[in-house]
Write a protein that binds this ligand. Structure first.
Ligand code: SF4
Length: 351
């Protein structure tokens, strides 16, 4: 359905709504103002990928206090940054963050490129992040489509093609409604509408500034859009993790840079194939925690069997003894932080 002037009206109505209802977020500047700091916009957009605003808030504050500029971040030690990122998940983002900060600091004199194309050339910066930074920090007309925007656009135009095949159609429709001016405000207004009004299960059409022009609102069930292809079940894997303790210290290793949780501190663990139970790394009074730690990754779920023992010496290979009473400061990713907690509870229950 294409209505003359409708595309422009959608942008105007949405921006008027945004002027009054914009969410106040630590990385935002008020509606209508220029001058968002590209470093902060970029940092927030990287953190927000696959992660909620509520979860990102404290990390964003911690990062900007500790590393207030892209140059400061570029000078961070890899291990410090990975530890500060621990718990936020999707750790490849942290490695890319550092690579990108170093490229901006060392190859661009500390200034982010101000075009989508220039931003795309930075390490780890994909189409979405480049568009978001170009629009929000530099006021460039750029089409910014995240999951929230995808949903709003699919509903506005009642796009019947299932995802992911619908992506090209959604993008073309988003392109049509993106205004020539205030592209950054428009992008953020679309994100806000998706997050607060046009929510996945129960869109609040009654308070939506776009309902007059919304094709899904004219149907009996706006929440039926975007249409989704049936879910494929995630594969399930299992693995083993070993807590080796000596004199109040636990043996931690650093995971290889490439691969799951790359570069993060961790308990030694088996690979996560469904191979038969492997032998522990060394002799000790091994005990196994009753229930495995369950964790959902993007492409599979994992049940980690956790074993713990007191040992007499360090196992073979590289690692470090970390004080058990400061395990919360080790920067363990969530899977291993939960394994550590499982060991603590298991020991409490046995004592
Ligand atoms: S009218 Fe309803 S379905 Fe349409 S954009 Fe607004 S909240 Fe979403």
């Amino acid at each position: 359905m294409r209505v003359e002037g409708r595309d422009r009206k959608i942008a105007g109505d949405l921006l008027a709504h945004y002027d009054v209802h914009a969410r106040r977020l630590p990385w935002r500047v008020p509606p209508g103002s220029n001058g968002a700091d590209p470093y902060r916009v970029w940092l927030s957009e990287v953190m927000l990928q696959q992660t909620t605003v509520a979860a990102v808030g404290p990390y964003y504050t911690k990062f900007t206090e500790r590393w207030p500029t892209v140059e400061a971040l570029a000078d961070a030690a890899d291990a410090d940054l990975m530890a500060a990122w621990a718990g936020l998940g999707y750790y490849a983002r942290a490695r890319n963050l550092l690579a990108c900060a170093r490229a901006v600091a060392r190859e661009h004199g500390g200034r982010f490129p101000d075009t989508e194309e220039g931003l795309r050339a930075l390490p780890g910066v994909g189409a979405y992040t480049a568009a978001a930074v170009a629009a929000i920090a530099f006021g460039r007309r750029a089409v910014v489509v995240d999951a929230n925007v995808e949903r709003v656009v699919a509903r506005l135009f009642a796009i019947a093609t299932p995802l992911p095949a619908a992506r090209a159609e959604i993008r073309a429709a988003a392109e049509r409604i993106t205004p020539d001016t205030r592209a950054g405000d428009f992008a953020q207004a679309m994100m806000d509408l998706g997050a607060t009004v046009c929510t996945p299960r129960k869109p609040a059409c009654g308070v939506c500034p776009l309902r007059e022009d919304c094709a899904a609102f004219a149907t009996a069930d706006p929440a039926a859009f975007p249409v989704k292809a049936p879910n494929k079940a995630k594969p399930h894997r299992s693995g083993h993790g070993w807590w080796m303790e000596r004199d109040g210290h636990v043996w931690l290793v650093r995971r290889p840079d490439r691969g799951m949780l790359g570069g993060m501190r961790a308990l030694p663990s088996s690979d996560w194939s469904d191979a038969p139970d492997p032998a522990p790394p060394m002799a000790g009074d091994w005990r196994t925690v009753g229930e495995p730690v369950l964790h959902i990754f993007t492409h599979f779920s994992l049940a980690l069997r956790v074993h713990h023992a007191h040992v007499e010496a360090a196992p073979a290979g590289e690692g470090e003894w970390w004080p058990v009473d400061r395990i919360g400061e080790a920067g363990l990713p969530t899977l291993f932080a939960r394994a550590a907690e499982a060991v603590r509870k298991d020991r409490d229950a046995r004592n």
